[in-house]
Design a protein around this ligand. Structure first.
Ligand code: PLI
Length: 463
C-alpha cells in the first residue's frame, strides 16, 4: 500500500455525547459506588473501557437487518439466516442460539459435567470458571508458562501447555469430559492461540476420546493474528482461517457480544446429536425455543450480519492496530503492560507498576479506581479480586494483577486513545503515591461485580 496510515474503515452517522465530570464529582461517585467501577453510573464515565462485550457500534447494515427481524416464536426466517451465518464459519451441525455466552456455558456444562470432573482450558474467563465450579467440577488453567510473564514476548501467548494437557488426561481417566480453548485468551491478556496449538490440542483430546470445544468469543481477532503471525497463513482470508480453526473442534460456546458485533446474543454449536438434544432441552427450560434461544428475531439478524462484517480484513487490521497503537505509546512512556498487545484490550501490569502494594490490597483494583478518579476512564481489574477466591472459600493471589482497557468495537477514535494515553502516563507518574484497597463487602460468587471496598490507607493517593 502507498500510504501507511491505517484509518477507521467507516464513517460516523450517529453520535452519542459523552459527559465530562470534575475530579470532585468522580471522587464522590467512586465513594458512592464502594470503589467498584461496576457500580458507577455509566453517565459518570468519560471513556468506558470496562468491556468490549456488547458495547460496540452496529453498522447501518446491521440496523437494516434488524428491521427484517422475523419475530415468529418458532422457525423464524431470522433463525435460519443466523444459523446459515454461523454454519458457514463453523461447519458445526447443531446451532443453538442463547441470550449470551454464559447461557451457552451453563447449558453445556449443565448437560455434561458432574461433581469431581476437571475442565482444562488455556485460561477460563470468569463466567466460564464460575459455571464449571457451579457444577462441582474443577476449572483448570494450563496456559504455556510464557503466558504468565507479562513482559515476555511470544507470538501466541494464548497457547495451551500441551504436556500439561496430556498429563491431566493421562492421570484422570474418565474425569475430563471436555477441554476448552479460549480464543483469544481474554484473562491472559487477549493473547492469540496458534493454529498449530489448536490442531495439537484437538489431536490429544481425540486420542483420549475427550470433547474439544472453543470458547470462540474473539475468533476473528484470533484468525487475524494467525494470518499475520503464523507461517503459511498470510495469503488466506480471515474467513478461511476461522473455518480451519473450527474444523478441529467438536463444538464451541460463543458470546456474540464480542466478535458477533452485536449488543446481545450468543450461541452453542456442536456436532454430537445426543448432547445437542440434551442442551436443547435445557435451553427450552430457561432460554426459550431452539430457534430463538432467548433472543428477538432482530437480534439474530444483527448477529448474522455482524459475523460477516467481523471477518472483513480492513476491519480486523484497524481493530488490532488501534489497540496496538495505545500499547506502543504506553510502552514508550515506560508503563508496564502485557506484551505483545492483545486483540481487544491493553492490559496494564499493576504488579510491576505498583510493587509497593501487596496483593491482598489488590493493586490492579486500586489502579483501576485511580484511572477513573484522575481521567474518568473505566477499566476492569483482572487480578486477585476477580480470581483470588478459591472454590473452598480460601484466598490465593492471582498469577497476575492486570488492569484491562478493553476497546468497544468501532466506538472510539484515535483522539480518544491519545487522551487515554495522557491519563495513564499521568497516573504512572503518581504511582509511588498510589495505595491499595480493602474489601469490606463481598458476595459468594463472581464477587468483583458487586463487592464494595475502601482505601486501605485512608485515600487512594497519599501526599
Ligand atoms: O458475557 P457473555 O455471557 O456473553 O460471555 C461470557 C464470556 C465467555 N468467555 C469469554 C472469553 C469472555 O470474554 C466472556 C465474556 N467477557 C466479558 C463480559 C468481558 O468483559 O470480557
Amino acid at each position: 500500500m502507498k500510504f501507511k496510515t491505517i484509518i477507521e474503515p467507516f464513517r460516523i452517522k450517529t453520535v452519542e455525547p459523552i459527559r465530562r465530570t470534575t475530579r470532585k464529582e468522580r471522587e464522590l461517585a467512586l465513594r458512592e459506588a464502594g470503589y467498584n467501577l461496576f457500580l458507577l453510573k455509566a453517565e459518570d464515565v468519560l471513556i468506558d473501557l470496562l468491556t468490549d462485550s456488547g458495547t460496540g457500534a452496529m453498522s447501518s447494515a446491521q440496523w437494516a437487518g434488524m428491521m427484517q427481524g422475523d419475530e415468529s416464536y418458532a422457525g423464524a426466517k431470522s433463525f435460519y439466516r443466523f444459523e446459515t451465518a454461523v454454519r458457514e464459519i463453523t461447519h458445526l451441525k447443531h446451532i443453538i442460539p442463547t441470550h449470551q455466552g454464559r447461557a451457552a456455558e451453563r447449558i453445556l456444562f449443565g448437560s455434561l459435567l458432574k461433581p469431581g470432573d476437571i475442565v482444562p482450558n488455556n485460561t477460563h474467563f470468569d463466567t466460564t470458571r464460575a459455571n464449571v465450579e457451579y457444577r462441582g467440577a474443577t476449572a483448570l488453567d494450563i496456559p504455556i508458562p510464557e503466558a504468565r510473564q507479562p513482559q515476555l514476548r511470544h507470538p501466541f501467548k494464548g497457547n495451551m501447555d500441551l504436556n500439561a494437557l496430556e498429563h491431566v488426561l493421562k492421570e484422570n481417566p474418565g474425569r475430563v469430559p471436555i477441554v476448552m480453548l479460549t480464543v483469544t485468551n481474554n484473562s491472559g491478556g487477549g493473547q492469540p492461540v496458534s493454529m498449530a496449538n489448536i490442531r495439537a490440542v484437538s489431536e490429544i483430546c481425540h486420542k483420549y476420546g475427550v470433547l474439544f470445544f472453543l470458547d470462540a468469543c474473539r475468533f476473528a481477532e484470533n484468525a487475524w493474528f494467525i494470518k499475520t503471525r503464523e507461517e503459511g497463513y498470510a495469503d488466506k482470508s480471515p474467513r478461511e482461517i476461522a473455518q480451519e480453526m473450527f474444523s478441529y473442534v467438536d463444538g464451541c460456546t460463543m458470546s456474540a457480544k464480542k466478535d458477533g458485533m452485536a449488543n446481545i446474543g450468543g450461541f452453542l454449536a456442536l456436532n454430537d446429536d445426543e448432547l445437542a438434544q440434551k442442551c436443547k432441552n435445557m435451553l427450552i427450560l430457561t432460554e426459550g425455543f431452539p430457534t430463538y434461544g432467548g433472543l428477538a428475531g432482530y437480534d439474530l439478524e444483527a448477529i448474522a450480519v455482524g459475523l460477516h462484517e467481523v471477518l472483513d480484513e480492513d476491519y480486523l487490521r484497524y481493530r488490532v492496530r488501534s489497540v496496538e497503537y495505545l500499547g506502543e505509546k504506553l510502552v514508550a512512556a515506560g508503563v508496564p503492560i502485557v506484551e505483545p498487545v492483545g486483540g481487544h484490550a491493553v492490559y496494564i501490569d499493576a504488579l510491576t507498576m505498583l510493587p509497593h502494594i501487596p496483593q491482598n490490597e489488590y493493586p490492579a483494583w486500586a489502579l483501576s479506581c485511580v484511572l477513573y478518579l484522575e481521567g474518568g476512564v473505566r477499566s476492569v481489574e483482572i487480578g486477585s479480586v476477580m480470581f483470588g477466591r478459591q472454590p473452598d472459600g480460601s484466598e490465593k493471589p492471582a498469577p497476575m494483577e492486570l488492569v484491562r482497557l478493553a476497546f468497544p468495537r468501532r466506538v472510539y477514535t484515535q483522539s480518544h486513545v491519545d487522551y487515554l494515553c495522557e491519563v495513564i502516563t499521568y497516573v504512572h507518574g503518581l504511582r509511588e503515591r498510589v495505595r491499595g484497597v480493602r474489601m469490606v463487602e463481598s458476595p459468594p460468587v463472581l464477587r468483583h461485580f458487586t463487592a464494595r471496598f475502601e482505601p486501605a490507607h485512608g485515600s487512594l493517593i497519599v501526599a
